[in-house]
Each structure stands twice: as structure tokens, then as C-alpha cells.
Ligand binder design. Structure first.
Ligand code: MN
Length: 566
């Protein structure tokens, strides 16, 4: 069913209203390819419909770029479409801010963060549908963006889809990314397999009737029998293990047989082995031992006519659906047969407010309780005691709940921690003991040669920060014999229009005058855009301070300057 068919059959439905709303909002907007923006949101919603997600998700899929690309706010969507749709759109918008720039150590944190931030797996699914559409139309973007997005897709989103058991999606994303990441290898591979695919397929077509007949004779109900060509991306990975020799790959094209019952999977295996002798050691029973992501199927390779190897994959319809759509299949909504009407399955989670996605995941996870890798891949998301913050460059920093900018600074680098003098969170100045939350963008201002303050030990949460602070304090104590009492202080008062980078500029200017910053506090001045920065410094030298103020006055957006001596 297409989105257009869906809204036609239900003219007053939520999805219909979302469709009309999105159409209005995106009217006139074009993508780089020149196609109407609206196509993108319909395409995204189409995938969600294909995965048989609930109507709320489909509506959210249609509306997912409204907040990003128009003046409408989340509150507007909430009024118009309700809390659930607004929640999902908000989640997708937040995920849109995460960027992967190819740092190895980022991969796992970013995948975790995506799941943790989403709170509801439908958010991830909408994001995946969005990414799928963008990958299909990646050609229109400039090359450097193609590379970045393809890399992010291959390293973050495709593996995420795989872990959610959405094998087909994961494979498609990898295949779409492959030519952008490895253009030469892709061209080479296409050349290699071009003829082989045709020859293989013709060969399997000749054999298919024989297989079908034998299975029917044994009273095995076949729901479907077809061929599946191995994806380029996974073929390439396999070739790396087989000396790049395509002739060594037996599952270039494999038979896929879908039967009605579990016993029939094994019966079919027996029949096929009677028909053709199996290749020793090539029977894989993923029904008895599912793959970590839940994949179930029996695979076997046999010697076909002319001694050529053929791979068979045998499974039930249920296993097939799950292999294709994974977690989405679990929560799929059924379309009532015949009428084409779109009906929610009552067992689904969307209506059960008391059941969070975490519980859903857990019950899904229990099915594969003995699979360590699978549990590893999911349990991080049950960490209620972790938060994920971002650097202004979009790098993820993984911290315990209750962490402060000082913890964040030490997590990036011990020197950043030691020299930390101020912090901005989501572009607002905050005190150093401010409690961070997930998805905060944290910017740390540092001053060269600054030493950590003993008072930080009262609020830092990470042992990393605590250990470093103690170490520095210990070494300066041994240098000075005693922990120095704070020297007499002065306080600079600056009235400013805040802007990105302002604090950094100010602190740099102060540093260049060989004055140390002890602390920074900022207060908005009521009824104006102005802010008052109070900066404690370790000098009481009036001449020095006056010169410094003159320099600071020359800084862009600094309006007034003065100082106090304590
Ligand atoms: Mn989008």
C-alpha cells in the first residue's frame, strides 16, 4: 500500500491531516536534486508504512522536518496532532543534530546516544526511514557531503538497523553507502559479478522446478521460493576473506525457501539433501542457534548438477518477516486483509502508556537471553544513570548522571579540565557546578596555566576528574610546601552582548596580560539582551587592571567595563 492509498481510504485520519499539513508547510521547498521537499517526507512515511508501523509514526514521518524547515514549533504540532506525534518529531529533530565525523572512538557512543536520546524506538525507526530516503537521493549532494553522510550511514545507522534486526534495511543502507565510500572497489566488483550473476541465475532457474516438485511430493507447504542475490557490500566484505576470488563465493545467488511451519524447515532440509549431496561443514542451523540480532534460518550448501555449489536458506514466514524487518516486525500493525483498512493491533505498545520502549526491548531481548553480544548491544540503553553530551563540534561525551562541565572538560582531556575557567551549555553561560543533561552542547573556556580549584572536589561526579584534580593539587602543594591561600582578588565587571566565542576571547585577552581568571559568573540584565560578566582575577595591581580593561573594551560586543578590588 502507498501513502496516497492510505490517506484516500481514511480521509479524516491522523495520517491524512499530517499529509495535508506537511504538504502546506513544504510547498515551494525544493531539495538540492530539484525535487519537491514534500517527496522526501512522503518517502520517509512510505518506509514506515512498509514496515507496518503505527499511524502515529506515519504521521510523525510526514511531519518530521516541519520544525527544522519552517516556523512551526513543537508546541504547534502538539496542539495540532497531540503529544505522541510531537514527541516523536521532537526526538527525530534532536537526532538530526548528531553528526559523526569518522572518529573511531565515537562510533559506539554515538550509537548508544541515538538509542538513549530517542527514548522511543519509533524515533530511531523514523530516523532510519529518513536516512534511507536521503541515501537513495545522495547523488544530488556535493561530494564532501556524500562522503560524510555515507560514512555515517555505514558506521552508525546501518549497524543500528542491524542490531534492531532490520537486516534488509541494514543491507540496503550499506549497499547505498558502498559506492560513495569505495568507488573503485565498487566499479571493480560490478565488473566481476556482472556476467556471473546472469549465469548463476539461469542455472538456479533450471533447478528450481526440480526442488519445488520434490518438496511438494513430501507434502511441504511452500509459501515462497525465490533467489536472492548477495548484496555488493556484503559480497565485498566476504571477498576480502577469500582472496578476492569471486568463484569461491557460493552464495552469490542463493535459494530462499519460505515454508509454513518450523518442522517443515527441517523436513525441507532433508529433502534437499536427498536431492543434492551437502557440502560437508556448510550446514548452519540459525533456528536452533539464532544470530545475535535474532536472525533465524537454516543455511546449507549442496553440490548441484555439474558439481556446482548452491546455497539454500530455509525459514518460516515469521522468521522471514523478522529477518527482514526485525524489531519493526514485532510491533508491526496489521492491515486487515481484503479491505485494505489500516487497523491497530491491540497488543502493540503505542496505547500502553505504562509500558515504555525499554520494557518492550527487554521482552524482545529475553527471547535471545543466551546471546551475549545481543545483550551487550542493548543493555547500554537501559543505563538510566548515563548522560550523553556534545562538544560544539558534535562529538559525543558519555558521562554519569549528575556530571558537571568540569567532568565534561576532564573527559575530553585532562589539560582541558585543569585549565577550565568557564562553560557554556546550549550557548548560555553556566556555573562550573551546573548539572548537565543529555544532548546538552557544552563549550569549555580554558585559560593557560590555570590550576584546578580545590572546591571542584565538592561537586565533580567522575573519578577521572577527581583523580586529576587531586593529583594537580598534591603536586602544587609539594611545590609550595602548603596549599596557597587565594591571593587578593579583583573582580572585572563587563557589560556585554553575548555571542559565541566571546568568553574565549575575553579569557584570552586576560591571559595575555598575565592575569589568572579564578571564576566567571554571568547574569542577564533585565529587560535587555545585555549580560553582566563578573570575572574574578588574581591581581590587585591597579595599573595592570586598567590596561586590561582598555583592551577588553576593544573586544567586539563588550560595552562597559569596570573593576572592584576585594
Ligand atoms: Mn528528513
Amino acid at each position: 500500500m502507498t501513502i496516497e492509498e492510505l490517506i484516500k481510504t481514511q480521509p479524516h485520519s491522523l495520517s491524512r491531516r499530517a499529509y495535508d499539513f506537511a504538504f502546506k508547510v513544504h510547498r515551494g521547498q525544493k531539495r538540492l536534486s530539484g525535487e519537491p521537499y514534500f517527496n522526501h517526507v512522503v518517502g520517509t512515511a512510505q518506509s514506515l508504512l512498509d514496515w507496518r508501523l503505527d499511524e502515529v509514526s506515519i504521521a510523525a514521518g510526514l511531519l518530521h522536518d516541519v520544525v527544522e524547515d519552517s516556523d512551526y514549533t513543537i508546541e504547534d504540532l502538539q496542539k495540532e496532532f497531540g503529544d505522541e506525534v510531537a514527541f516523536l518529531v521532537d526526538g527525530v529533530t534532536k537526532l538530526g543534530r548528531l553528526k559523526y565525523r569518522g572518529a573511531e572512538r565515537q562510533v559506539e557512543s554515538l550509537r548508544k546516544m541515538i538509542l538513549a536520546l530517542s527514548q522511543d524506538l519509533r524515533v530511531v525507526l523514523i530516523k532510519l526511514a529518513d536516512r534511507l530516503y536521503n541515501m537513495r537521493t545522495l547523488d544530488a549532494l556535493p561530494p564532501h557531503k556524500q562522503k560524510r553522510i555515507a560514512l555515517e550511514t555505514s558506521e552508525i545507522y546501518a549497524p543500528l538497523a542491524y542490531r534492531l534486526g532490520m537486516q534488509r534495511l541494514s543491507g540496503e543502507l550499506q549497499d547505498l553507502a558502498f559506492p560513495y565510500l569505495y568507488p573503485q572497489e565498487h566499479t571493480w566488483l560490478r565488473e566481476q559479478v556482472k556476467n556471473r550473476y546472469h549465469i548463476r541465475e539461469a542455472y538456479l532457474r533450471r533447478i528450481a522446478p526440480k526442488v519445488e516438485e520434490a518438496l511438494k511430493e513430501a507434502s511441504i507447504d511452500i509459501l515462497n521460493i525465490d533467489f536472492r542475490a548477495k548484496r555488493y557490500s556484503s559480497l565485498y566484505k566476504k571477498l576480502l576473506r577469500y582472496e578476492m576470488d569471486v568463484d569461491k563465493i557460493h552464495d552469490l545467488i542463493a535459494f530462499r525457501i519460505v515454508v509454513t511451519s518450523l518442522p517443515d524447515c527441517y523436513n525441507a532440509l532433508g529433502i534437499i539433501h536427498q536431492l543434492f549431496p551437502p557440502v560437508p561443514g556448510r550446514i548452519k542451523d540459525y533456528i536452533a542457534l539464532p544470530k545475535p540480532n535474532g536472525y533465524q534460518s537454516i543455511h546449507t550448501t549442496v553440490f548441484g548438477p555439474e558439481q556446482r555449489a548452491i546455497e539454500f536458506q530455509i525459514r518460516t514466514q515469521e522468521m522471514h518477516d523478522e529477518a527482514e524487518n526485525g524489531i519493526a516486525a514485532h510491533w508491526a500493525y496489521e492491515q486487515t486483509k481484503g479491505t485494505g483498512a489500516y487497523v491497530k493491533r491491540t497488543s502493540s505498545f503505542a496505547d500502553m502508556n505504562d509500558i515504555t520502549w525499554v520494557h518492550q526491548l527487554r521482552s524482545w531481548q529475553e527471547k535471545f537471553a543466551d546471546s551475549e553480544e545481543f545483550i551487550e548491544s542493548l543493555k547500554v540503553d537501559f543505563f538510566k544513570d548515563r548522560i550523553f553530551c556534545l562538544t560544539p563540534q558534535g562529538e559525543v561525551v558519555d558521562l554519569p548522571l549528575g556530571s558537571t562541565p568540569v567532568d565534561f572538560a576532564y573527559q575530553i582531556h585532562s589539560e582541558i579540565g585543569n585549565q577550565c575557567v568557564g562553560a557554556r551549555v546550549n550557548q548560555k553561560f553556566v556555573p562550573l557546578d551546573y548539572e548537565l543533561s543529555s544532548s546538552d552542547v557544552v563549550e569549555i573556556a580554558i585559560q593557560k596555566n590555570k590550576k584546578p580549584s580545590v572546591s571542584w572536589l565538592n561537586f565533580v561526579k567522575t573519578s577521572n576528574a577527581r583523580d586529576h584534580i587531586r593529583a594537580v593539587l598534591r603536586s602544587s602543594r609539594s611545590q609550595n610546601g602548603l596549599l596557597r591561600q587565594a591571593a587578593r582578588e579583583s573582580e572585572l565587571r563587563l557589560t556585554v552582548y553575548d555571542r559565541p566565542g566571546l568568553l574565549r576571547d575575553i579569557v584570552e585577552t586576560i591571559s595575555r596580560s598575565h592575569v589568572n581568571v579564578l571564576s566567571v559568573t554571568t547574569n542577564p540584565i533585565s529587560k535587555s539582551r545585555l549580560q553582566l560578566f563578573k570575572i574574578k582575577c588574581n591581581t590587585v595591581n591597579k595599573e595592570k587592571l586598567q590596561k586590561l580593561l582598555l583592551k577588553l573594551k576593544g573586544t567586539k560586543e563588550v560595552k562597559e567595563t569596570s573593576y572592584l578590588l576585594s
